[in-house]
Design a protein around this ligand. Structure first.
Ligand code: PNS
Length: 164
């Protein structure tokens, strides 16, 4: 059984993430999609909200399991009996960050491989951070996130604006 873990902050999940998850689910027998707390950044959605959005968006992928974990990625990978970390690679700007993480993870356990899938061109510029900024200023994010996420994004931004 080939088992991989696709980790991320998913704050929130985008169609770019989903493209990688869907293609990864065809390559691996079982794919854990795991939400980790954002280090450094104040999240827009709670871990549970991010998980719910991911579960909704992947409900038609029977070999995808959505979970959350607060700890070292490598410990989680070993706990789940996986030996691959699956990541998406967008434009060249991702490379340095991903390279550092892949090397550190290899240093921690050289039996775990990091495997990259190249983003589709139409999502190669898309990130949750840019998306949130566009949504915050009323820009259109249709086609970049699942419809439920678009609704949740608008609602959360409205709530945040009111509470300020
Ligand atoms: O979506 P992101 O923010 O690029 O995901 C980053 C993530 C969650 C993959 C990374 O921060 C991570 O692996 N966090 C778990 C803690 C850990 O193991 N950190 C060391 C990574 S070398």
């Amino acid at each position: 059984m080939r088992t991989a873990v696709c980790p991320g902050s998913f704050d929130p999940v985008t169609n770019g993430h989903l493209d990688i998850i869907e293609r990864g689910a065809q390559v691996f027998d079982r794919l854990y999609v795991t939400v980790f707390p954002n280090t450094g950044k104040e999240p827009l959605f709670t871990l549970e909200e991010r998980m719910d959005m991911l579960m909704g968006a992947t409900r038609d992928l029977p070999n995808v399991i959505v979970e959350t974990y607060d700890g070292l990625l490598l410990d989680y990978v070993r706990e789940r009996g996986a030996n691959v970390i699956l990541k998406g690679l967008r434009a060249v700007s991702d490379y340095e960050y991903e390279f550092r993480m892949a090397m550190m993870n290899r240093k921690l356990d050289d039996k775990v491989e990091t495997v990259f899938l190249m983003s589709r061109v139409e999502y190669s510029y898309l990130s949750s951070s840019i998306l949130k900024e566009v949504a915050r200023f009323g820009g259109c994010v249709k086609g970049l996130v699942p419809p439920e996420v678009e609704v949740a994004l608008k609602r959360r931004i409205r709530e945040r604006a009111k509470s300020r």
